[in-house]
Design a binder for this molecule. Structure first.
Ligand code: MN
Length: 330
């Protein structure tokens, strides 16, 4: 466990205006880190603005401060202009500048830029970076950053950081969950976090439409290759019938993946007419990043994906299946 990078600490101490941003399609760690750090820096009397490529997903709207996040790049331009030289940009939980979204080029012009991240294979963008791939979450790093800065962690900030850590560790289940992760979570609870309230917001707060959509998606299940390959699908028609959006399909792939015999779980999504996106999840020795790469995608050994234009769901499935049968053969 390294302490925060000196360049990052000094940059924060030196500047009065701080722009915070994170990757598009933000998850709990991205949002919790951004909002938690906003609160911490405001406690240090900094002027802070958070920017996102799109609106906060409904699932995370319980997080304190999320209504203040800006999605309008004009507002960011004004903030940066006003700040003159007194500005610092911090990119959180983001492994690559392209993942900042449609305005990434402009955001990258608001310098200096510091990066705080835990992604394996972080591209090394920014003028300074604190990257620790073995960390459970960016939220865990933000806690250590606050301590190093001697900053107060308010109950609101604690709630955001706890959400970041608990979501990115799959509720403290993944390999990256360390003794330090539990120590930080324990300290956040001591600062006022109620784990049952956060868990209730995250896991017991879905729409009925999402359950109906889950019924349809799970009904599409196909098993192949001695039950080692599980495939589920979602179509635009299913979303329309259940009054849901693609965001409601988050975590669905975990159901087929959790079956004992399954080595590779596949979720094929019709994201638009003639645009198909595929998520692949593997267990054990299977490497789905190699399969995704054959379709121009990428990711990690156990979690990757790709996108195809101009082909329907069935055509994509037919092209993918032989490769998966090969990968799960032994
Ligand atoms: Mn993360």
């Amino acid at each position: 466990m390294k302490s925060p990078d000196q360049a990052v600490l000094e940059a924060i101490q030196a500047k009065g205006h701080i722009l915070l941003t994170t990757h598009y399609n933000p998850d709990g760690d991205a949002l919790g880190s951004l909002l938690g750090l906003t609160e911490i820096l405001e406690g240090m009397n900094k002027l802070v603005l958070g920017y996102l490529d799109g609106p906060v997903p409904p699932l995370y709207r319980f997080l304190p401060g999320c209504a203040q996040i800006q999605t309008d790049i004009e507002k960011i331009r004004d903030f940066v202009t006003q700040a003159k030289d007194d500005i610092l940009t911090i990119c959180l939980d983001c492994g690559d500048e392209k993942r900042l979204g449609k305005n990434s080029l402009e955001l990258m012009s608001f310098r200096p830029i510091m990066v705080i991240d835990h992604h394996q294979g972080n591209s090394g963008f920014g003028d300074g970076a604190w990257v620790e791939p073995h960390r459970s979450s960016t939220g865990e790093m933000i806690f250590d950053l606050a301590e190093a800065l001697g900053a107060e962690i308010s109950p609101r900030a604690a709630e955001c950081l706890y959400t970041a850590i608990s979501t990115d560790t799959g509720s403290f289940r993944y390999e990256s969950t360390s003794a330090h992760t539990f120590a930080v979570a324990g300290e956040l609870v001591r600062l006022g976090v109620r784990p049952e309230i956060i868990a209730n917001n995250l896991y017991d707060n879905y729409s009925l439409g999402r359950l109906r959509l889950m019924q349809e998606v799970l009904a599409s299940l196909e098993m192949h290759g001695k039950d080692r390959i599980a495939i589920i699908k979602v179509t635009q028609k299913m979303l329309a019938r259940t009054f849901t959006t693609m965001e409601d399909t988050e975590h669905f792939i975990n159901f087929p993946r959790a079956v004992r015999s399954v080595r590779v779980a596949v979720f094929i999504k019709e994201v638009a007419p003639d645009v198909v996106s595929v998520s692949l999840r593997a267990k054990g020795q299977c490497d789905v990043s190699l399969v995704a790469a054959q379709f121009g995608g990428g990711g990690h050994r156990n979690a990757s994906g790709f996108r195809v234009k101009g082909q329907g769901l069935e055509a994509v499935r037919d092209a993918l299946l032989p490769l998966l049968l090969q990968e799960t053969r032994s």
